[in-house]
Design a protein around this ligand. Structure first.
Ligand SMILES: Nc1ncnc2c1ncn2[C@@H]1O[C@H](COP(=O)(O)OP(=O)(O)OP(=O)(O)O)[C@@H](O)[C@H]1O
Ligand SMILES: [Mg+2]
Length: 253
């Protein structure tokens, strides 16, 4: 589904954020990217949605090679979930999910909130799937808890029927119980809608719990790629420390 062939990205200031990465993420896989801050996780992910252009190598997404010509077609196949959510706080929960349809529906219709009936039905269905209740639909997004807002973001990402969903630290600001529950919702939505997920995390324990595949990065290079069970204890112990967010490392020190 996702192929990275010898992909590198060197930023203008000379930072080699991604260094000769080759990966093949299979259809339907829940692939977790792990690694310390600055390892290149976000850069790698942002190449899939065309936000970051590789300096060398190439990507093939759903059988189509990513290029300037194919970029917008590919972007339509990709859903995004961010740590900072990017929900519109003033808008209702339902309207936020419907904005996932914006590329298809168009800006003016969206502004007038005149989304086709089937889009509205799908939004309600998705919200139900991720565990939100009817009473939440017309509440302003800003009045929901962090975990509930993250579920809205998941529903929105799946609304455009994506083949690939990219989730960049989707549980970074949540407590452990809520993080597990949100990752669970993400994983079951992916299974239900047959989507491939690439998700960055800083917690090794969640990666072991949820990933079908772990890709560990250090200084832009892959140093582990495989099923969580295939990881030896030394690598596991190393990754527990390495993947932690920087502020927790400082606390531990
Ligand atoms: N636009 C940019 N210009 C220059 N350097 C950049 C740019 N974006 C990222 N970098 C650098 O590229 C490297 C990889 O960054 P990236 O954001 O991909 O890391 P990350 O693994 O997502 O880190 P984190 O866990 O902190 O989110 C870092 O050294 C970063 O400073
Ligand atoms: Mg990042």
């Amino acid at each position: 589904m996702l192929k990275f062939n010898s992909v590198s990205r060197i930023y203008n200031d000379g930072t080699r954020a991604v260094d000769n990465v080759s990966l093949h993420v299979k259809k339907g896989e829940f692939c977790v990217l792990l690694g310390p801050s600055g390892a290149g996780k976000t850069t790698l992910m942002n190449m899939v949605n065309g936000v970051v252009v590789p300096s060398s190598g190439h990507l093939v997404i759903g059988g189509v090679e990513l290029s300037r010509k194919t970029r917008s077609t590919i972007q339509r196949k990709v859903g995004m979930i961010h740590q900072q959510l990017h929900l519109v706080p003033r808008l209702s929960v339902l309207h936020n999910v419907l904005t996932g349809r914006l590329p298809q529906v168009g800006f003016w219709r969206s502004l007038l909130k005149s989304f086709p009936r089937k889009d509205q039905r799908r939004a309600c269905q998705l919200l139900q799937e991720v565990g939100l209740e009817e009473k939440h639909l017309y509440r302003r997004a800003s009045t929901l808890s962090g975990g509930q807002q993250q579920r809205v973001a998941i529903a929105r990402a799946f609304h455009s029927e994506p083949e690939v969903v990219l989730a960049d630290e989707p549980v970074a600001s949540l407590d452990p119980a809520m993080s597990r529950s949100v990752l669970d919702s993400l994983k079951s939505a992916a299974r239900q809608h047959e989507a491939t997920v690439v998700c960055t995390l800083h917690q090794m324990e969640y990666a072991l719990e949820f990933a079908d595949r772990i890709v560990a990065l250090r200084q832009g290079q892959v140093f582990f790629d495989g099923h969580p069970n295939a990881m030896d204890e030394t690598t596991q112990a190393e990754l527990y420390e390495l993947a932690k967010p920087d502020h927790l490392k400082q606390v531990a020190a």
